[in-house]
Design a protein around this ligand. Structure first.
Ligand code: U2F
Length: 450
């Protein structure tokens, strides 16, 4: 990157876990394309930068910098995905402050603007100290953002550790959501856990952001979007990002050829995102449900399927199913043969299901996933949660049958098909996301130092 001749230098602070840094880099790439003289320094952990930056392509004006991961000397990962997050959050914000100082010393270029994951409440202070604007990216849905912005109101309404089935009727738009659907640390759970503690501070600091961008589009959850637009300076939905900018397809395992051999809306696609693997008894229940339903399935599996799935399952279903360690998910969901997506309800997965027009079966685990599940099922009506919130053989068979073989499933397909079109329109020229993106570019050009 050419720091010397750059018109502006923007520091970007990424959250290095889950699918956070990927959409942030996508947005930064779009901004970079729209602002040729600007140079971006992208700060994340070494591991996150290595997996987020493309291997076979050089980004001219976006340079990765590594920030400390806070892990103790000689740390070795034992399988709990929340552990590295805990260490990292403990190192905040000192690790970023140090990295920013090093960055300015190394490049000789002061920082003119700060773009960060919205998780980073402390960016408001850093931006004040540097006397620059702060733009935040919220990588999940508007509804989850609203929950964090309204945490105090919700706590007053339902109380701390109140009844799990209490409806969130503090606002009409949330009356289908219940207390138990909230992320941990809002009204129950471990309030001091690292991410809930970050989010608790995020709510109040967001009004200090010059703009908040979100990876969604205005027609999805429009009432909530309007509430946010009236409440914050600039709440700009500029997604879905992966519709706005194509990324290269890596289909090493031949998923797309395999899908092409199947009938329309017949295949079950399964993936629980980048972080989570369901517990063994749920993996077993899901396998049995697939086998007894005799359905073709494509499963993006984290871990070792031979060891983790019931004995004989792989052999018995080898003509029906395909299991891969990683899959080109968006392309899969866009393939005509996929009829249902069994997902953990991570925001990117929900958006990709909409882009593909595929109804979901949701088994949420943490964060915004329960809220996304209830919203998809009870507000938008294009997916099903599972009884008791976990995978059982009978519950899954019933949900699979309902989506793949009943009128209810057809209705869901129609409903999600409507959103699919609206999402596409949003990113087309003059669409709401395209216009909001232009506003974001304008903010960068007018409010950042020259
Ligand atoms: C956290 O997200 P996760 O990474 O757990 O889940 P998603 O938001 O659904 O993102 C998963 C992404 O990984 C991709 C997939 C999604 O873009 O297309 N992927 C793939 O390409 N191939 C595979 O085989 C499997 C996945 C968190 F857990 C969520 O609760 C939040 O909503 C989310 C956003 O903040 O971050």
């Amino acid at each position: 990157a050419n720091y010397k001749n750059a018109s502006k230098h923007i520091a970007v602070l990424a959250f290095p876990f889950g699918t956070h840094a990927v959409p942030l880099l996508r947005m930064v790439r779009q901004l970079s394309d729209a602002s040729p003289g600007v140079v971006f320094s992208f700060l994340s952990t070494e591991q996150s930068n290595n997996s987020t930056f493309p291997k076979d392509e050089k980004l001219d004006n976006i340079k990765p910098f590594h920030v400390g991961d806070g892990l103790p000397e000689g740390y070795s990962f034992k399988g709990n995905p929340h552990e590295p997050v805990e260490y990292f959050v403990k190192a905040l914000p000192g690790n970023f402050r140090e990295a920013i100082d090093a960055l300015v010393a190394e490049t000789g270029k002061r920082i003119d603007c700060l773009i960060t994951d919205a998780f980073y409440w402390f960016a408001a202070d850093i931006a004040d100290e540097l006397n620059v604007p702060w733009l935040a990216l919220w990588t999940a849905g508007p509804r989850a953002f609203f929950i964090h912005a309204e945490t105090d109101v919700i706590r007053r309404h339902v109380g701390i550790n109140g009844p799990p089935d209490k409806a969130l009727d503090f606002h009409q738009e949330f009356s289908a959501i219940s207390n138990a659907d909230l992320p941990d640390g809002i009204t129950s759970g471990n309030f001091d856990a690292p991410v809930p503690a970050l989010l608790d501070k995020m709510g109040p600091s967001m009004s200090r952001a010059t703009a908040i961008a979100a990876n969604s589009y205005e027609d999805l959850d429009n009432t909530v979007v309007n509430l946010l637009k009236s409440r914050f300076n600039m709440f700009l939905n500029i997604g879905p990002f992966n519709l706005a900018s194509g990324s290269p397809i890596d289909d090493t395992h031949g998923c797309l050829d395999w899908l092409n051999k199947h009938n329309q809306a017949s295949v079950v696609y399964i993936s629980f995102g980048s972080v989570i693997s369901p517990p063994p008894h749920e993996l077993a229940a899901l396998s049995e449900a697939l086998e007894e339903s005799d359905l073709p399935y494509l499963w993006s599996f984290r871990g070792n399927p031979e060891k983790q799935l019931p004995p004989g399952f792989l052999e018995r279903t080898s003509s029906k199913g395909k299991i891969v360690p990683w899959a080109p998910q968006l392309k899969i969901l866009e393939n005509q043969s996929v009829g249902v997506f069994v997902t953990h309800g991570g925001w990117n997965s929900v958006l990709e299901s909409i882009i593909g027009g595929v109804p979901m079966i949701l088994r949420p685990f943490f964060g915004d996933q329960r809220l996304n599940t209830r919203t998809v099922e009870s507000v938008w009506g294009f997916g099903l949660g599972l009884e008791g919130g976990t995978i059982t053989k009978e519950g899954t068979k019933k949900a699979l049958n309902s989506i793949l073989s009943t009128e209810e499933g057809n209705k869901m397909r129609l409903k999600i098909g409507v959103q699919k079109e609206l999402a596409r329109k949003a990113v087309q020229p003059n669409g709401s996301s395209a216009e909001n993106f232009k506003t974001l570019v304008k903010i960068i050009n007018t409010t950042c130092h020259q």
